[in-house]
Design a protein around this ligand. Structure first.
Ligand code: GLY
Length: 337
């Protein structure tokens, strides 16, 4: 956690030639962007939003690096939300076979999930993060004070990833998250919760950095979530909202297939109804959503649907294969809430 970005970043920069440091950020207003811009390094500003997570935007970053003659000893500082940190990390990890990068996440979602753990990527042919690499940032600077100006919808989106993490923890994180005030979204109580979510994630990532098995637990809610997000690319659904709907779907399957207790499903449903609203999908979308799930990158065989489910809070069951009929019944349940 850092209270002052400039103080936290300076020691990381001393071993780099100042001519070899560049910044990539987005048009979204952020105190971090203004502070780092004042250091005087060249800045590339990209459009904000999921549509920018494309090969064309990565080419813009590669061109920016080449035009400034950045070598393998260069450093890319990525300031922004999860889209930007995924994009910047991907561009850096592929440029000249990989240069160093630092993340300064400016949204709750990027702080608690996207900017840690070394996943980078872009969307391609309508599929989320289907092209990407594993590449660890040199450092990720988490400055919760940046959250004080974040819109409530962005806070709720990030909080959904925290709820996912709470469901994977065998301690009391889930109960503590449920006590957080989603009405007023205060920043101060989030500090300890962010720390604890990151600790859970780091434990999982260090045991399985390349997602051979255990790390798939962090995809809880994402098989259904990504499909819902992909289906709404024309009218974007915030990632965390899609994850929340995905968590409800996958907890329903956890109850019906693995005998998980019903309480977390009921608790999440209450949060959805009070704060997030229902998913805006129609029954006629179900087949398209199932086809998208059959392209999910967790799948190990063509056309299967692979989910992470829970047998209880803190007990993930990765690589649980579900049938298209089970997926359809689950979507019917989700859309009926
Ligand atoms: N966002 C899930 C992971 O980092 O594995």
């Amino acid at each position: 956690m850092c209270a002052d970005i400039i103080q936290a970043i300076q020691p990381l920069l001393v071993s780099y030639d100042p001519q070899q440091i560049v910044v990539v950020t987005t048009t979204a207003v952020s105190a971090a962007r203004s502070e780092v811009a004042a250091l005087g390094y060249p800045v590339l500003t990209l459009p904000d939003g999921e549509a920018a997570k494309s090969l064309a935007t990565v080419q813009q970053i590669w061109d920016f690096l080449l035009d400034r003659r950045i070598t393998r000893r260069g450093l890319l500082i990525c300031i922004g939300g999860g889209v930007l940190t995924d994009l910047g990390g991907f561009a850096a990890s592929t440029y000249k076979r990989g240069i160093a990068f630092i993340h300064i996440p400016t949204t709750l979602l990027a702080m608690v999930d996207a900017s840690s753990g070394g996943k980078t990527g872009i969307n391609y042919r309508g599929l989320k993060n289907v092209i990407g690499t594993f590449a660890m940032p040199l450092s990720t600077l988490i400055c919760p004070s940046l959250l004080s100006t974040l819109p409530p919808r962005e806070m709720l989106s990030g909080f959904a990833e925290m709820l996912k993490t709470g469901l994977l923890d065998s301690g009391d994180l889930w109960q503590r998250l449920l006590r957080y005030d989603l009405e007023t979204l205060p920043v101060e109580p989030l500090h300890a919760l962010i720390d604890d979510c990151l600790a859970v994630k780091q434990r999982i990532v260090s045991a399985d950095p390349h997602e051979e098995g255990l790390r798939k637990a962090l995809n809880l809610g994402h098989t259904f979530g990504h499909a819902l997000e992909e289906k709404s690319l024309d009218e974007p659904l915030p990632h965390g909202y899609a994850v929340l709907y995905g968590l409800i779907a996958e907890l329903y399957l956890s109850v019906t297939k693995l005998g998980c207790p019903r309480q977390p499903l009921q608790q999440l449903t209450q949060l959805m109804l009070h704060y997030y609203g229902r998913p805006q999908c129609k029954c006629s979308d179900r087949q398209a959503l199932i086809s998208l799930m059959q392209q999910d990158k967790k799948n190990e065989r063509t056309a299967e649907i692979n989910c992470t489910l829970l047998s209880a809070i803190g007990q993930p069951a990765v690589n649980t294969v579900i049938t298209p009929a089970e997926a359809d019944e689950t979507l019917e349940y989700l859309f009926s809430l």
